[in-house]
Every structure is written in structure tokens, then in C-alpha cells.
Write a protein that binds this ligand. Structure first.
Ligand code: GTP
Ligand code: MG
Ligand code: ZN
Length: 332
């Protein structure tokens, strides 16, 4: 069945209704008897569910928390100050400054943070639903601009038609200096290297629906038994199984965040300069272009285009750059 389109007026009404509900939920809390609240505690946001967040205290007890009216947009990974209510819930009083934040574009809502204080972004891809280097490149641009270390993960190694099927693509990333991990949650390949890389850091798994992000978390922490689903028989695509962002602790040290798969990682908030910044092989060459405002398309004297012709820059990466630039320009 065709998806029903919502026009702007209807969308405004939906948003207004939602805002009213949020205000009501928050308002109820702001009338709470302040003398009944516990002293301030340090906490970590581990889950986000509509108008509430789940916060963990330092002994990892979890509290379903409301937010103070002035606080909005808390995300998983946020460090907060909160107080416990007599009925065992919590109130988040303040958010500590973020060391990093991952932002993506949400239709009608604009840029939206999805996780905070992340050190490493594991960009997960797989031969099924399809290996899409453009999605990987979009995440790489984001990671480069957000100061988060990206790691390229190819999962479902067991499904490759030939062992070397995606070697050229993986080699492109390796030659740019990106770490690439080839794994199979089904067969167990590469999981020990993955565990080493996760030690002591805050990491997030991102990528298209169905590439196996939750399966990776299950392979690392089997007791969680997170829901996973086979790809749709009709479309061959992932079924958007994970619907909320969740943070889990690894046994020794480090945390991992599982996130819902996306169809397309929109980068509208990134401008042309940031896009070039995100293509690390362009950075060192762009000052050689004839014009300072070179878009690296058909501009005369373009050093980037020249490097593509000389095969110093991969054509596939250049193609990705052009497509992302086009989407930025379309969104302006
Ligand atoms: N053959 C094979 N299948 C795998 C592997 N890892 C995961 N899968 C399967 O891929 C399907 C999708 O896995 P999920 O873990 O649900 O994928 P996801 O990325 O979390 O998807 P969303 O939550 O929708 O974003 C499931 O049927 C898994 O069993 C693997 O290494 N090999
Ligand atoms: Mg999932
Ligand atoms: Zn140029």
C-alpha cells in the first residue's frame, strides 16, 4: 500500500499535539514536592523512550526519569545530575557538557542528537541487504567532522559469494588509514579483534537496518538476547527491528550503543567545507585547486579531479562526494 503523505499543516498539528502532551507530562512533574527528592546523584542516560529517559546511577541501578522543563534533548550517553523520587523514579536536574555528539537529520524536526560522549563509531555494513559504500562514506564524513574515530565493519562474511568479493572496497578504506574489521556474528570470525577494539571506549554501532548491529551486541553480550529479525522476504531489506537507542556495559571496560538502522544517513547540516573535511584524501590536495571556491566538480584546474584521473583518488569515493554534495545543495 502506498505510504500516506502528510502535508505541512497536518504535520504542524501533530507536532503541536505532541508538544502539548510533553508539556503536560513535564508540568505534572514540576509540581512535585521538592523536599521529597533524594540528594543529587551522578547518572548516565542509557535509554531514551519518548518523553522519558532511563538513567543509571554509579552502582548501575536504573531509574525511569522525567526531565525538568528547561532540559530537553537528552540523549543516550549523556552524563547527568539527577534526584530520586519517593516512588523510585527520578528527575534529571542538569546535563554535563558533552565531549562529542552524533547528530542526524530527522524529517520535519531538523538536526537531532542521537548519542553523546561517543569515542568510536563502528560503521556496520554487510553483503546483505547490500554493501553500500555511499552509506559508509556518509558516516565517515560525519565521524571526521564530529571528532569520533570511525571503524569500518563488514559483517556477514559468511555470505560473501567469493572470499575476496569486496576486497577492492575494503582496501580503499584501509589505504585511507581507516581500520576495517571483517566479521561474522554467525560463524564467530573477527569477534576477538572487535572485542579488543571496544575495550575501554564508548562505542556506537551504526548502519542500515538489517546489517546485524543488534546481532553483534548479542554476540558480545549474549545475556541481553536483543531482538533481531531476518531481512524482509519481499524487499530484501532490514525490518527496522531496533526502535530505540540503548547503551550497554561491556564486562571489563567500555560501553556499546545499539542504534536503530537508518535508510539514509542525511547530512544536511554539513556544509561544503565540512564535506571536503570528511573526505580525508581531499584535504591535503584541495589547496592545489586553481580556484579557492572550487567545488571539485567540473571546475577548471581542479586538483581533486586531476587526482581521480590519475587514480590517486578512488573513483567510487569521488562519486560518493558528488552525490553527497548534490544532496547538500538540494537541501539548501
Ligand atoms: N548470515 C549471517 N546473518 C547474520 C549475521 N549477523 C546477523 N545476521 C542476520 O541478519 C539479520 C538482521 O540482523 P539484526 O541484528 O536484526 O540487524 P540490525 O542491524 O540490528 O537491524 P535494525 O535493528 O533493523 O537496524 C538477522 O536475521 C540476523 O540473524 C552474520 O554474520 N551472518
Ligand atoms: Mg537492531
Ligand atoms: Zn577542486
Amino acid at each position: 500500500m502506498a505510504k500516506r503523505r502528510i502535508n505541512h499543516r497536518q504535520r504542524r498539528r501533530i507536532n503541536a499535539n505532541r508538544d502539548q502532551k510533553v508539556a503536560k507530562a513535564k508540568g505534572a512533574l514540576d509540581t512535585f514536592d521538592e523536599t521529597q527528592l533524594s540528594p543529587e546523584l551522578k547518572g548516565l542516560v542509557v535509554k531514551h523512550v519518548r518523553y522519558h529517559v532511563e538513567v543509571e546511577d554509579q552502582s548501575r541501578s536504573r531509574y525511569r526519569c522525567h526531565l525538568r522543563q528547561h532540559l530537553s534533548g537528552l540523549v543516550v550517553g549523556d552524563e547527568v545530575v539527577f534526584r530520586v523520587t519517593p516512588d523510585g523514579h527520578g528527575v534529571v536536574e542538569a546535563r554535563l557538557e558533552r565531549r562529542s555528539e552524533l547528530i542526524r537529520h530527522v524529517p520535519y524536526e531538523g538536526g537531532k542528537a542521537i548519542a553523546a560522549n561517543v569515542d568510536q563509531m563502528f560503521i556496520v555494513s554487510a553483503p546483505k541487504p547490500d554493501f553500500n559504500s555511499q552509506v559508509i562514506d556518509r558516516y565517515l564524513v560525519a565521524a571526521e567532522n564530529l571528532n569520533i574515530t570511525p571503524i569500518v565493519v563488514l559483517n556477514k562474511l559468511d555470505l560473501l559469494s567469493r572470499p575476496n568479493a569486496l576486497k577492492a572496497d575494503i582496501d580503499t578504506y584501509t589505504s585511507l588509514g581507516y581500520q576495517c574489521l571483517l566479521i561474522s556474528t554467525k560463524k564467530g570470525d573477527g569477534l576477538s579483534e572487535l572485542k579488543v577494539q571496544l575495550q575501554g571506549a564508548n562505542s556506537i554501532f551504526v548502519g542500515q537496518s538489517g546489517v546485524g548491529k543488534s546481532s553483534i551486541v548479542n554476540a558480545l553480550l549474549p545475556q541481553l538476547a536483543l531482538e533481531t529479525q531476518p531481512l524482509s522476504e519481499n524487499s530484501g531489506l532490514g525490518q527496522h527491528t531496533t526502535t530505540s537507542v540503548n547503551l550497554y556495559h561491556l564486562p571489563e571496560s567500555g560501553t556499546i550503543i545499539d542504534s536503530p538502522g537508518v535508510r539514509e544517513f542525511s547530512l544536511w547540516h554539513i556544509d561544503k567545507d565540512q564535506l571536503v573535511e570528511g573526505f580525508i584524501e581531499f584535504r591535503s590536495r584541495q589547496h592545489l585547486c586553481k580556484f579557492r571556491d572550487c567545488l571539485h566538480l567540473d571546475d577548471p584546474g581542479c586538483a581533486i579531479k586531476h587526482a581521480v584521473e590519475e587514480r590517486e583518488i578512488s573513483f567510487k569515493r569521488y562519486d560518493s562526494y558528488q552525490r553527497i554534495l548534490q544532496s547538500i545543495m538540494d537541501n539548501q
